[in-house]
Design a protein around this ligand. Sequence first.
Ligand SMILES: CC(=O)SCCNC(=O)CCNC(=O)[C@H](O)C(C)(C)COP(=O)(O)OP(=O)(O)OC[C@H]1O[C@@H](n2cnc3c(N)ncnc32)[C@H](O)[C@@H]1OP(=O)(O)O
Ligand SMILES: CC(C)C(=O)C(=O)O
Ligand SMILES: [Mg+2]
Length: 554
Amino acid sequence: MMNYEKYRRGYYIPPEVCNDWVTKEYVDHAPTWCSVDLRDGNQSLVIPMSLEEKLTYFKLLTKIGFKEIEVGFPAASETEYTFLRALIDQNLIPDDVTVQVLTQAREHIIRKTFDALHGCKHAIVHLYNSTSFAQREQVFKKSKEEILQIAVDGAKLLKTLAEQTDGNFQFEYSPESFTGTEPEYALEVCNAVLDVFKPTKDNKVIINLPVTVELSLPHVYASQVEYMCKHLKYRENVIVSLHPHNDRGCGVADSELGLLAGAERIEGTLFGNGERTGNVDLITLAMNLYAHGVDPKLDFSDLPSISQLYEQVTRMHVGDRQPYTGKLVFAAFSGSHQDAIAKGMKYREEHECPFWEVPYLPIDPKDVGREYESDVIRINSQSGKGGIGYLLEQHYGYNLPKKMREHFGYTIKSISDHRHKELLPGEIYEIFLQTYVNNSSPLNLHDYHFVRSGDQFKVVLTMEFNGKIQDVTATGNGRLDAVSNALRKLTGCNYTLTTYEEHALERGSSSRAVSYVGIDPGNGTTVWGAGVHEDIIASSIISLVSAVNRTLKE
Ligand SMILES: CC(=O)SCCNC(=O)CCNC(=O)[C@H](O)C(C)(C)COP(=O)(O)OP(=O)(O)OC[C@H]1O[C@@H](n2cnc3c(N)ncnc32)[C@H](O)[C@@H]1OP(=O)(O)O
Ligand SMILES: CC(C)C(=O)C(=O)O
Ligand SMILES: [Mg+2]
């Protein structure tokens, strides 16, 4: 048995009820986004990014539309330092982008950070020290007053060095391990730091409330955020920022509820890379807004390329179920999902739909660079006739009669089940052709002639049957009826024609037609055949020949 009694809840509830956020339904505008991929993401990689990789990633982030980017921890390593210098010296920071750097509240680290910042047109200097109960007791072995003093001293030095350094600087302070800190104490520390920074309308200070380690349910965090928002000094000149990690798997929920609770800014990473279980995934957050009809102000219209570059540079892997991006997130293998998607897509073709409301597809895959044809309906033994038929129609233009779809559906499922693998569209098409289309043995059509007299049609079919070519004549109420009578006469097969449908094959070749025939060989079942030919009459005869051939073989 696992010893759960070893654990207890390690978070603190605000001293007053803070749940105004509950009354808000959804986030109605994009927060200020800050990517911390190049710092928090980078510091958690097995092999941190090289200078070139950081540059490549930085360019990707600016292309996506990030206006605030934490580019590193300049005092951490030569690469970190040199990267910031390269950005500044080579003038690589777009005018509308602000870089951010992280520093501990330690004098030599802060000084090194400002050395690295020299000449930066605009930067956010991000100061942190841990305020949590556990770290006060175990790591720093300091009282609340002493920890507060670390923050205040750090803030003072930031202010002094910012004044002495060539550049334009904004400050950010994080009571690191906020989620393990008593909210009233975190508030006291943040207000003391704000008293040093003295934020103004023109130079607001960012107070970042990190979920350094996720310790509570998201609503507890939202209450903590709301408490801070209500009681921070200089509130109108303070930007409240969130920095959720994902230890309990709720980074996205923390962020969204935190925004409802009054925060204005989010720090996170692409695909949620970051310490342990990661930072909050900014793609998910942005796309969640998008799916609610809110402009996320970030461009994720080509997620496959973003994901490829991310994997290359970080050596991480994007999971198949990663929201909005994973290989399988738009895929439906199961029959009922496929059926609903196929019908939903058809409905969109036939109606003016102002909004995207296709079942099982929360967003249009095309919006993030995915394809309906290859990404959505995929076939295995869990699939159904709706999806299989849809796939055949979308890829190859065959719109099977409803009952024939059912038969083909079970054929495909069974093959997939026995082969124990997914069947690709090309394989499904091949099975379709082999099973139903232009079946020419033992019967093979060589030629046909019709003569019409009144309502009656007479046909002379030239047929090969078991290797022997012969003419057979019959009459009927229509052409197909006459052909059917001729085939009965020739083969002795006594069947009833139950279904006939035809349509032009628009995809691939516009000049061909396909006909589908269902016959009952006398036992209440239906045997299907299909004929494809440039001539519609020939295609209908061949479809019947195909069905009869299948009957003869069964
Ligand atoms: C939650 C987060 O992600 S915070 C960011 C974490 N990121 C990183 O640490 C990556 C970059 N860090 C580094 O490269 C190194 O840690 C450096 C260069 C910053 C510092 O290196 P070092 O001084 O050699 O080591 P280290 O980080 O272990 O220092 C620990 C000391 O700093 C103190 N300290 C740690 N964080 C802080 C802080 N934010 N403010 C003030 N003091 C701090 C510790 O209490 C400890 O003090 P002690 O020497 O009295 O025991
Ligand atoms: C430095 C801080 C903001 C951090 O990364 C964290 O607390 O997770
Ligand atoms: Mg972090």
